[in-house]
Structure formats: structure tokens, C-alpha cells
Design a protein around this ligand. Structure first.
Ligand SMILES: C[S@@+](CC[C@H](N)C(=O)[O-])C[C@H]1O[C@@H](n2cnc3c(N)ncnc32)[C@H](O)[C@@H]1O
Length: 286
């Protein structure tokens, strides 16, 4: 039996109902895309809309589900496609790309032999934490860390929302004197500690500590989180900044309000850097 996917583009307010209708049709899997900035190469929903993809064992089941959905939401735009035969157990691996940023190579273990010998390698096994290097927000920050460390040998670095630890490890490899990495997700912290061991990186302080519990200021503070969280954390982030602050996880339309928040607190905004829809904001303490 072949697999078929039913893809439905619906208004955002129809999302829950669409999910529930398709769920009742007993698909083998249901995927929801309800925001911008999803996986590279995967179609994102139009503004104000969401995409629901349901997978069925056979075309008849997919067509039945399409009819059910159309009964309650005739405006839903639907397509049924045959799902190409793939080895699903390894297919996801092909989506993880290694990246070279400045002096750094970041990639999964199965790509290590592709790393040019002169680069510093960070091997990150994709697990349940964000930060394999290939997301634009991560590579924007890697570039900033590389440039800052080139100009400030032995700088101290604070990585807020460390995920896999990738930015903290980059700083450590590039000669940082003190590196502190925090994340409010204990799973990410456990995985980052594991990745530090796997990359022979010693001395990075990785924890779920809140910023209030982190002592001292840092030459470089980097935070790749989402815009609203950065705005919320601004009163705690700004006092930690010695020389430079790098913020990412910000979509282009959000850049102005994030920038304004940090400028109001006394930092000077530098030229922003964009990659696709994502923007990195750099600030200096003058
Ligand atoms: C987009 S990931 C960034 C991971 C990595 N630093 C990178 O650049 O690829 C954001 C991380 O921030 C963490 N996070 C979200 N809100 C947070 C908060 N209020 N305090 C600390 N970490 C937070 C998440 O758990 C997640 O691991």
C-alpha cells in the first residue's frame, strides 16, 4: 500500500477544527505548520493561515478525509499527493546540513570527514535541542562570535538560550577566557553538557540558572531566542553586557521594537545583519 498526504491550507482560526476533523479520520500522522520560519525547504503557511498535513495509508482514505474537511470548511485549499518511498528512519538526516562560518565548521557526526582540515570543528548530534548550526539564526550568531573573538582575544562570553551549546562551544574553541551558557530547558542543558564532553570542551559553565543567578559581566553576550522573550529579558540581559550584545531569533518586522527596547536601556545599536527573513541585532556598550 502506498502512502498519501492530504495537505490543507486553512485560515488560522480554522486550525483547531481542521486538526480535529482530520484526527477523526484516523491518519497515520498529522503535521501542523502554524508560523513563519519553519524548516528550510518546507513550505510555510501564508500570513494568517496554517497548514495541516495528514498522512494516510492509501488514496481512498486521503480522499475520504478531504471530503470530510470540505464539508465543514469549503474554503480549505487541499491537495493530495503520493508520498515518495523513502527510508524514514534516515531521511531526516539529509535535512541536517553542515555549515562553515568564519573559522568554524559545525555539523553532524556523519559529515565530519567533509570538514576542511584548517577549520575548528564542532560536532553536534541532532537531538531534542535547537542549534545544529544550519538554522539562519544560529549561523548569524556563529559569524558574530567568530568576528568578536578575532578582535578580542580571551574575551568572556555569556550565551543565553544555549540549546545544544553550539555558540558557547564556538566561543570556547575560539579562545574565550570564561564561557557561561544558560537555558531554561533542562533537557537542552543535559544535551549541551553531553555535547561539551563529545567535543572535548572543558570549563564551559552550563546550567538552567536564571540571569539573576549569573555573576559578573561579559565582554560578549549572545542570545538567540525569540523576539518577545528578548524584550521580556531585556532588564536582565543589559546589565550583563560588558562590550557587545548580539541578539537573534528576530524576524524582520520585529527588529525595530527589539532594537528600541535595548537602545532605551543604554546600548548603542550597530548595523543589523539579515539572512532571509531573520535579523541579527548587534549592540555596543559605549
Ligand atoms: C533558538 S534556540 C537557540 C539555540 C542556540 N543558542 C543556537 O543559537 O542555535 C533558543 C533556546 O533558548 C531557550 N530559551 C527560551 N526561553 C528562554 C529563557 N527565558 N531563558 C533561557 N533560555 C530560554 C530555549 O530552550 C532554546 O534552547
Amino acid at each position: 500500500m502506498a502512502w498519501f498526504s492530504l495537505t490543507a491550507d486553512v485560515k488560522h482560526e480554522e486550525l483547531e477544527r481542521t486538526e480535529s476533523i482530520l484526527h477523526d479520520c484516523e491518519p497515520s500522522g498529522l503535521e501542523v505548520r502554524d508560523g513563519p520560519g519553519g524548516m528550510p525547504g518546507i513550505r510555510a503557511p501564508a500570513s494568517g493561515e496554517a497548514i495541516v498535513v495528514a498522512y494516510f495509508d492509501g488514496k481512498v482514505a486521503a480522499s475520504k478525509a478531504e471530503k470530510e474537511l470540505k464539508k465543514s470548511n469549503p474554503a480549505a485549499r487541499t491537495t493530495i499527493e503520493k508520498v515518495e518511498d523513502k527510508d524514514w528512519s534516515t531521511e531526516w538526516k539529509t535535512r541536517i546540513k553542515n555549515v562553515t562560518v568564519g573559522r568554524l565548521w559545525v555539523g553532524p557526526p556523519w559529515d565530519v570527514e567533509k570538514a576542511a582540515p584548517h577549520l575548528m570543528r564542532l560536532v553536534i548530534e541532532p537531538k531534542m535541542a535547537f542549534g545544529t548550526g544550519d538554522h539562519p539564526t544560529t549561523s548569524l550568531c556563529l559569524a558574530a562570535v567568530d568576528m568578536f573573538m578575532a578582535a578580542h582575544a580571551g574575551a568572556s562570553v555569556l550565551d543565553i538560550g544555549t540549546g545544544t551549546g553550539v555558540l558557547a562551544f564556538a566561543a570556547a574553541k575560539l579562545g574565550a577566557s570564561r564561557v557561561v551558557a544558560t537555558d531554561n530547558d533542562p533537557v537542552a542543558v543535559a544535551l549541551a553538557k553531553e555535547a561539551a564532553r563529545e567535543n572535548d570542551i572543558d570549563g564551559v559553565e552550563i546550567s538552567t540558572k536564571s540571569l539573576k543567578q549569573v555573576s559578573g559581566t561579559f565582554d560578549l553576550v549572545v542570545a538567540n531566542i525569540l523576539a518577545n522573550t528578548l524584550i521580556e529579558l531585556a532588564p536582565l540581559i543589559v546589565p550583563k553586557v560588558g562590550k557587545r550584545l548580539v541578539l537573534a531569533g528576530i524576524l524582520a518586522p520585529q527588529a525595530e521594537s527589539v532594537s528600541g527596547t535595548f537602545v532605551k536601556r543604554g546600548l548603542t545599536a550597530l548595523e543589523p545583519t539579515a539572512q532571509g527573513e531573520w535579523v541579527r541585532l548587534d549592540f555596543e556598550r559605549r
